[in-house]
Design a protein around this ligand. Structure first.
Ligand SMILES: [Ca+2]
Ligand SMILES: [Ca+2]
Length: 242
């Protein structure tokens, strides 16, 4: 699905995503750990590599009352995978990203569907000015799965945009439950030289049910200034209720 937000992100020069359409902040539960690496034989004369630091996010993905350790690590098939260590075992999901930056990008623990069970928002496309993130939840029958659009492809939320776009996401407790709102506006190109930037685009509220995102309502944003409240979004509004 190519949305206005997708185009806005592309305009901002973010890396291109692998498959699919559709946020994340530093989380208080994230902690920096040093991976415990098994000792491996090192040829004489070569210094052993330093163990790579691992960014850990903690969230109770399987709703058993205990926080689960969530990390990103190398995928055996190449690229990167998201890993969650649950009491019932480890589950993984290959990330739609080939950027090593996903290892240390800030993940957010969120509850975008409002069911009081955590999901984790994982940055997968990290550009200089914009970030796209996928949202992963734990499905007891399937495992770790990304929230998807109606087309079955992973759904991404976008933040940033640099000088030419503004993207963001937030949650609102309306629409008979929590909704996930995506802002995507681009700089108007018909402004006179030197004029303050003004933006046009859309704000689309979505319902998230059983891991599927469905658009509910699209609102046009037409010719607003950079400091307009319509362009302010707060991903913290998607936090899991305590
Ligand atoms: Ca758990
Ligand atoms: Ca949830």
């Amino acid at each position: 699905m190519v949305t206005k937000a997708t185009r806005a992100l592309a305009a901002a020069g973010a890396a291109v995503l692998v498959g699919g359409c559709g946020g994340s902040a530093p989380d208080a539960t994230a902690a920096l750990e040093v991976a415990s690496t098994a000792s491996t034989a090192v040829p004489p004369g070569e210094a052993p590599a330093d163990p790579a630091p691992v960014d850990v996010t903690w969230a109770d993905l399987d709703d058993d009352g205990a926080n689960d350790r969530i990390t990103v690590q190398a995928d055996p098939g190449g690229g990167w995978q998201l890993r969650a260590d649950l009491a019932s075992g480890t589950v993984t999901a290959k990330l739609p990203s080939d950027q090593p930056e996903v290892l240390e990008a800030d993940r957010r623990v969120s509850d975008v569907d409002g069911n009081r069970v955590a999901e984790v928002v994982v940055p997968v496309s990290i550009g200089a000015n914009a970030v796209a993130s996928a949202i992963y939840l734990y499905d007891g029958e399937v495992g770790l799965v990304p929230v998807s659009g109606p087309d079955g492809h992973p759904f991404f939320v976008y933040e940033g945009g640099g000088a030419t776009a503004v993207n963001g996401y937030e949650c609102a407790d309306d629409h008979d439950g929590r909704s996930l709102g995506l802002l995507g506006v681009t700089l108007r190109e018909d402004l006179p030289p030197g004029a303050p930037p003004r933006y046009s685009g859309t704000y689309v509220a979505h319902a998230v049910v059983d891991g599927v995102v469905t658009p509910l309502e699209s609102t046009a944003i037409d010719d607003v200034a950079a400091d307009d409240p319509l362009l302010q979004t707060d991903p913290a509004s998607c936090a899991l209720a305590g």
